[in-house]
Design a protein around this ligand. Sequence first.
Ligand code: HPA
Length: 272
Amino acid sequence: MTTKREVQETVAYLREKLPYAPEIGLVLGSGLGPLAYELEETVSIPYGDIPHFRTSTAPDHAGRLVCGTLAGKRVLCMQGRLHGYEGWTPEEIAYPVYVMQALGVRALVLTNASGGINTGFAVGDFMLIEDHINMTGKSPLTGPNDEALGSRFPDMTFAYAPDLREKAYAAAQDCGIALQHGVYCGVNGPQFETPAEIRMFHAMGADAVGMSTVFEVIAAAHCGLPVVGIAMITNMAAGVLMQPLSGAEVNEIAMRRGADFRRLITALIGKI
Ligand code: HPA
C-alpha cells in the first residue's frame, strides 16, 4: 500500500534537490530515453538516491529523474521506468506518479514502445493512447487504500484526458507528423505475445500492445493527475506479419524514429 506519509518523505527530499517545482511529468519508454538530453539546465538524481524509489534494470533505461526545461516548461522526466517483468510490483511501478502529483505536476506525459495490432499501422508510427485494456491481471491499488491519496474506486472514464489528447493532435499537426490513435493493451511480459493472444487482443478492441503504462495511468487516475500517452509502434505484434520479433528491433526503430518522437513530445509539452 502506498501511503501519503511515504510520498511526503520522497517529496521533502526532492524539494531540497530540485531547482524548482515542476509543472509537467514525463516518463520515457524503451529506447526513448535520449529525449531527456534535450532538457535545458538540468539537475539529475539517480533513482537509487531517492527515498522509497526503486531502480530500473531494463536495458536502455538510465534510471534517474531529470528536472529541466523543455519548450519553456518546467519538466520532471523519468529517464527510465520500472516494469513488472523486472520483478517490481504494480505499486512500486506506480509510486513515482504519486510523487510527481504531490510535487505539483499538473499533467503526466507517458511514452512507450508498443507492438502494433491494428493492421492500419506501420512500424515507426506514433499512436495517441485513447484508452487502455489492462491485461496484466494486476492493479497498483490492490490492498488497503490511503484516502489521503485517492478514493477506493477511482473512475477511469477520462483517465486519458480529452483536452490533452486534443493538444497532442494539435502538436502533431504543427510538426507535420502523422498521429494514429487507439487502445493500448498492457501485458506483463517479458515474453512477447503469441499470435493467438494478439488475435484475442485484436478481437477485444486493442490497437497496440506493450509491457508498461497501465499501472502508471491507474495511479494517475487515483490521485487525479491528468494523463496523455503516446506509443511508438516499434514492431508489428506477433503474427501480424509472419516473422519473429526481437527486443533489438524495438530499440532500433526507437532510435530511428527518435528525432521525430522528440519533436512531437516537445511540441506537446509546449502546449500543456
Ligand atoms: N509486445 C509487447 N510489448 C512490446 C512490443 C510487443 O510487440 N513491442 C514493444 N513493446
